[in-house]
Design a protein around this ligand. Structure first.
Ligand SMILES: NC(=O)c1ccc[n+]([C@@H]2O[C@H](COP(=O)([O-])OP(=O)(O)OC[C@H]3O[C@@H](n4cnc5c(N)ncnc54)[C@H](OP(=O)(O)O)[C@@H]3O)[C@@H](O)[C@H]2O)c1
Length: 282
């Protein structure tokens, strides 16, 4: 490959505006692949990460290039893939022309699924799956934020598991609630759970304060923090390709308009939102 540098978008310090960067392409080592990015999803976490609101497990190296989710092709083989980036460790995420990743994080993309169609599935899908695993076997489940990425996928996956999904404005108690919003909205979901029921949130206290995190009425809140799971990702891709799961794309923007993408995703509560995932194309 003759290209040694790439265009990426990131920040040089927390709180700075996103800007276009020229960065070296990291050559893949044994067990790694270089992915040419065709689409990167914008997740709410990206906004908090560049703002400095995220809890990093290791010291952060700048420039910080956000982006958990990419779809693209493996350089050398041309294999279309979907991949979870390692940016929590490397700070080299999907807002870039290339990412270098362990093969383990990369799953093949079936024919018929384009990169922008597939990329909204990744972080949100695995989080929804793992949140439902934490909920376990229940009859009724309230999902707040059912129009959002995780909420929408969780509602579809729950229905496929035989769980009756209850919208937030339906009255009456439920066996379980899955919170994807946090704060007072989370409290309202918790209050709808019957005694000894189950409550799971994907929004930790440091991210959106105010949600219920201590046991009450025999309900012990569980906070799910997503981890990469290859088998789950393969299962999600199969469902998307088969048409039994949908992960809508709301807007596709060029990578260089990542700041506008963050503005759209970070709109104030109640302001008009893009229905579906915002996707960046390098
Ligand atoms: N724990 C983990 O590992 C993990 C992983 C990924 C993401 N997350 C977090 O999970 C949360 C959801 O992520 P996402 O990708 O699903 O976000 P999203 O697509 O933006 O969806 C958020 C949903 O929350 C709803 N919402 C927001 N504010 C609300 C309010 N004040 N009242 C009622 N509903 C409200 C939105 O409703 P409208 O559609 O009506 O606007 C939307 O349906 C984020 O905080 C994200 O950082 C956690």
């Amino acid at each position: 490959m003759d290209q040694e540098e790439m265009t990426a978008v990131g920040v040089e310090a927390f709180g700075q505006p996103l800007r276009r960067l020229r960065l070296p392409i990291t050559a893949p080592r044994y067990g790694e692949v270089l992915v040419r990015v065709a689409a990167a999803a914008v997740n709410p976490a990206d906004l908090g990460m560049v703002a400095g609101r995220y809890r990093w497990s290791q010291p952060v190296r700048f420039p910080l290039v956000p982006g958990y989710d990419v779809a693209g092709t493996v350089v050398g083989t041309g294999q279309p893939v979907l991949a979870f980036t390692l940016h929590k460790a490397t700070q080299r995420g999907g807002y870039a022309q290339f990412v270098t990743l362990p093969e383990e994080l990369v799953v093949p993309l079936p024919d018929g699924l384009t990169a922008p169609e597939a990329v909204p599935l990744l972080l949100a899908g695995m989080t929804a799956w793992q949140a439902l695993d934490a909920v376990g076997e229940v009859g009724t489940l309230l999902v707040n934020g059912p129009r959002g990425a995780i909420g929408g996928l969780a509602a579809q996956l729950a229905a496929a598991r035989g769980i009756t999904v209850v919208p937030p404005d339906d009255p009456g108690p439920v066996d379980a609630a899955l919170d994807v919003v946090g704060g007072t909205v989370a409290r309202a979901a918790f209050d709808r759970v019957r005694d000894d029921g189950r409550y799971v949130t994907v929004v930790p206290e440091f991210w959106v304060p105010g949600g219920p995190f201590t046991a009450e009425r025999g309900i012990t809140p569980r906070v799910v923090s997503v981890r990469h799971d290859r088998a789950q990702l393969v299962g999600l891709v199969e469902r998307l390709a088969a048409g039994t799961l949908t992960a809508p794309v709301g807007k596709v923007l060029p990578l260089t308009e990542a700041a506008e993408a963050h503005r759209l995703v970070g709109r104030a509560a109640g302001a008009p939102r893009v229905a579906g995932k915002v996707v960046l194309v390098p």
